[in-house]
Ligand binder design. Structure first.
Ligand code: SF4
Length: 73
């Protein structure tokens, strides 16, 4: 388990997650600088649990990063 949310991140592009103290929004940062912001913990957990921790290949950001690295090879 890692990150602010202490989850088992399976996506290889996960970089970090944090709570933005100024407004309580959850922020998810991925490799390459992609950043997702969630209205609250419920929204964050729903997305992170379904994609980043379970089915990361279904995430559009992950698919784009895979395409990027495939094209670089
Ligand atoms: S699943 Fe998508 S949003 Fe989650 S860490 Fe991977 S690239 Fe980022």
């Amino acid at each position: 388990m890692s990150g602010f949310a202490h989850k088992y991140w399976t996506c290889p592009f996960y970089a970090r997650d944090e709570l933005r103290r100024s407004d309580g929004k959850r922020v998810l940062k991925c490799e390459g600088g992609t950043r997702l912001m969630f209205y609250d913990k419920i929204c964050f957990d729903r997305y992170a649990d379904n994609y980043c921790c379970r089915n990361w290949k279904a995430c559009s950001m992950a698919r784009n990063l895979l395409l990027y690295y495939d094209e670089k090879d």
